[in-house]
Design a protein around this ligand. Structure first.
Ligand code: GRF
Length: 212
């Protein structure tokens, strides 16, 4: 069973989707959340984890003078849970070298655009303003540099003429909730092989090429 640490800052809808997928005995994910860490006191993601019986930790970034000090605090908070995979789910802080070196190739993030297009804070808004006809979301490995690591999974969403930022973001989010648990399942099955920037499916994954 792959042990997951979930890191989140806000409403936690991706956390909710991952918790639900992990609890679904009809489609075992092969992963279980062992801790939820938030940097925001009172964030909804903390309540969701508590309600699911998952231990929670609060590490507030304001208490730390530098990114490295924050990294150390995060690492110290996670260490007792020995996570195998770190899943960022709306975690609004950039992780530093120390953190990433501790969990090499083991930190995932979900982003609301088809990377490498539209990195940054406003994936849906930027896609709409640019006029693309296809938007989407990406699960990627985290490396230094924002929204730039190797891509694990993506899902496309058509942009409708009637879309507002909110309606597009909502449809993208539905896909996030689908592909994030699927990406975690690939890691749980040991069904991925990383070659440079490419995250390839291994035959044991049982997925056809290109899926999910
Ligand atoms: C999601 O859109 C995710 O892609 C981005 O932050 C948002 C978090 O939403 N990284 P939620 O907290 O999971 O609802």
């Amino acid at each position: 069973m792959l042990k997951l640490a979930l890191l989140a800052s806000g409403r936690g809808s991706n956390v909710e989707a991952i918790l639900r997928a992990c609890a679904d005995t009809s489609r075992p994910l092969g992963a279980k959340p062992v801790v939820l860490l938030s940097n925001v006191r009172g964030a909804r993601c903390l309540d969701l984890a508590r309600d699911a019986g998952v231990p929670t930790v609060l590490v507030e970034h304001g208490d730390h003078a530098s990114r490295d000090a924050f990294d150390r605090a995060l690492l110290a908070a996670l260490a007792p849970y020995s996570p195998d995979l770190i899943c960022l789910a709306g975690f609004m802080r950039v992780l530093g070298t120390r953190f990433l070196a501790t969990y090499p190739g083991r930190v995932l993030n979900i982003h609301p655009s088809l990377l490498p297009s539209f990195p940054g804070l406003h994936g849906a808004r930027d896609a709409l303003r640019h006029g693309v006809r296809i938007a989407g979301c990406t699960v990627h490995l985290v490396e230094e540099g924002v929204d730039s690591g190797p891509i694990v999974a993506q899902a496309a969403v058509p942009v409708l003429d009637t879309d507002t930022e909110e309606s597009l973001a909502r449809r993208i989010l539905e896909q996030e909730h689908r592909i994030y648990p699927e990406a975690i399942a690939l890691f749980a099955k040991g069904a991925v092989r990383i070659e440079g920037r490419r995250v390839l499916r291994t035959p044991s994954g049982g997925e056809a090429d290109g899926a999910p």
